[in-house]
Ligand binder design. Structure first.
Ligand SMILES: Cc1ncc(COP(=O)(O)O)c(C=O)c1O
Length: 457
């Protein structure tokens, strides 16, 4: 698919149109684009990103959003509804993450704009809770999301990167233990990580955190709304929540397996004081006494309403039923991978699995799968491809297509060996080709996407 498929179909706006277009025309344009794009994931052949995939659910959320889409939830005197929605979203998330185990402090949370937002707020909270540390650092597994590096970069927190055990893909605990120092403010573990879908040894990290008197953030952006139900269903998933001593904060994305609209996540804290540490106040401003609960200023009342609506309408039964299908489908897809000696699953995953090969370049498998409409995510060190199983994969027929297409893809890859492949490892971009100046290419890719109207004739 071209990156600019609409250039010939719809007007390109380089400035505001002199006269506004009719609403019907605008809506028709939007509907045409959505109709062109939705089939890419409706087939169930796209990894992650469309977690619910149920148009009726999206319509329901859009209606909930519509009631408050014009509301700025920073102006709480005008919208006590936002106070209710946010408090209940946080309470329901804390409950799911085992906050009832916390007795020594008051658990709390914050609704943010996404996983990156939640991680950034957590890092900011750890930093601001320790003003005594002048050059703070956190220690994260190599597999933990780049959002930690982004937060470190923005907030002046050094990020020490702990290696993983290549066999399990879990963090090297000895490395972590030997790199904690007087300036360490927090450790990080993932439940699960984006790349391999594996869960770090959270209990051991918790023990280390307690021994050194530092925080432990569990990044459950992906797994927070799914793994608790997987555990209930009997899948072999270790405890990763507030039942684990030493866990001081957890991020969980409502806009992933929480099945809410894009643009929300929850960062929770075992102790309200840690959450409050990152509040921002400027009380001497001529515009008035300003304070905001997080990095954002104005926030959408609509997103809070839609997130609340998703959670309350699904309830534990709904989440459990979805989880049952997702875990069963993922297990069957992993079993299909196991039918090929040339393929190797990385570590012991559950709903998100990554495959590599020692016999050929795994991107050839990706290249072939793409010809059959699959969209997996490429990884590196080693080259691998992953599939995050979501509800669209649980539709009838998808598993059978996976088994058949994977077998054909392996046959194709056997003929190619380690020749260079087309697909590569750009996160979210599934870009092709290889380069010696990777940073420059990634930068070009970003700019090209953001400024696409300039690239058009
Ligand atoms: C484990 C994990 N953490 C954090 C994030 C960042 O989330 P977002 O893209 O919503 O900022 C992701 C995204 O996939 C993730 O998988």
């Amino acid at each position: 698919m071209s990156e600019f498929p609409y250039a010939d179909r719809f007007a390109v706006h380089r400035a505001l149109p002199e006269t506004g277009e009719g609403r019907d025309d605008v809506l028709a344009t939007l509907a045409a684009m959505a109709a062109a794009e939705d089939p890419t994931w409706e087939t169930g052949q796209c990894s992650g990103t469309m977690y619910c995939g149920d148009h009726e659910h999206y319509e329901f959320l859009n209606e909930a959003f519509g009631h408050f889409s014009h509301v700025n939830s920073l102006q709480r005197d005008m919208c006590p509804s936002s106070t209710k929605f946010e408090a209940e979203i946080i309470a329901m998330t804390l409950d799911l993450l085992g906050a009832s185990h916390v007795s020594a402090s008051q658990p709390a949370g914050l609704v943010t704009s996404g996983g990156t937002g939640s991680i950034m707020h957590a890092v900011l909270a750890y930093r601001d809770a320790r003003p005594d540390v002048s050059r703070p650092n956190i220690i994260k597994p190599e597999t933990a999301h780049p959002a930690f590096a982004k937060a470190g970069h923005l907030f002046g927190v050094e990020v020490k990167v702990a290696p993983i055990d290549p066999a399990t893909t879990q963090v090297d605990l000895d490395w972590v233990a030997s790199h904690v120092d007087a300036s360490t403010i927090a450790l990080v573990g993932s439940a699960c990580n984006y790349g391999y879908g594996t869960v770090d040894p959270i209990s051991e990290l918790g023990a280390l955190a307690l021994a050194h008197g530092v925080g432990l953030h569990v990044d459950a952006c992906l797994g927070g709304f799914l793994l608790p139900f997987g555990r209930e269903l009997g899948y072999d998933i270790p405890a990763f929540d507030y039942s684990v001593p030493g866990v001081t904060s957890i991020s969980a994305d409502t806009h992933k397996y929480g099945y809410a609209l894009k643009g929300t996540s929850v960062v929770t804290f075992a102790d309200q004081a840690l959450r409050n540490a990152q509040y921002f106040y400027q009380t001497d401003w001529s515009g008035g006494k300003y304070c905001s609960p997080g990095i954002d200023g104005s926030r959408s009342g609509g997103l809070l309403a839609a997130t609340w609506a998703a959670m309350v309408s699904l309830g534990k039964d709904g989440y459990r039923a979805y989880a049952r299908d997702i875990f069963a489908t993922a297990a069957a897809m992993i079993e299909a991978v196991g039918e090929h000696d040339a393929l190797r699953v990385m570590g012991r995953p559950s709903f998100l699995f990554s495959i590599t090969s020692d016999e050929f370049e795994i991107y050839h498998v990706n290249d072939f799968l793409r010809t059959r409409g699959w969209r997996l995510n490429g990884q590196q060190y080693p080259n691998a491809i992953h599939m995050a199983v979501t509800r669209p994969q649980t539709q009838p027929g998808v598993l059978e297509r996976w088994r058949r297409d994977l077998a054909d893809a392996v046959d194709y890859a056997q003929t190619k060996g380690f020749e260079p492949a087309q697909s590569g490892s750009i996160y979210g971009g599934v870009a092709g080709g290889s380069t010696s100046d990777v940073d420059a290419v990634v930068k070009f890719f970003m700019a090209d996407m953001m400024d696409h109207q300039m690239s058009l004739p």
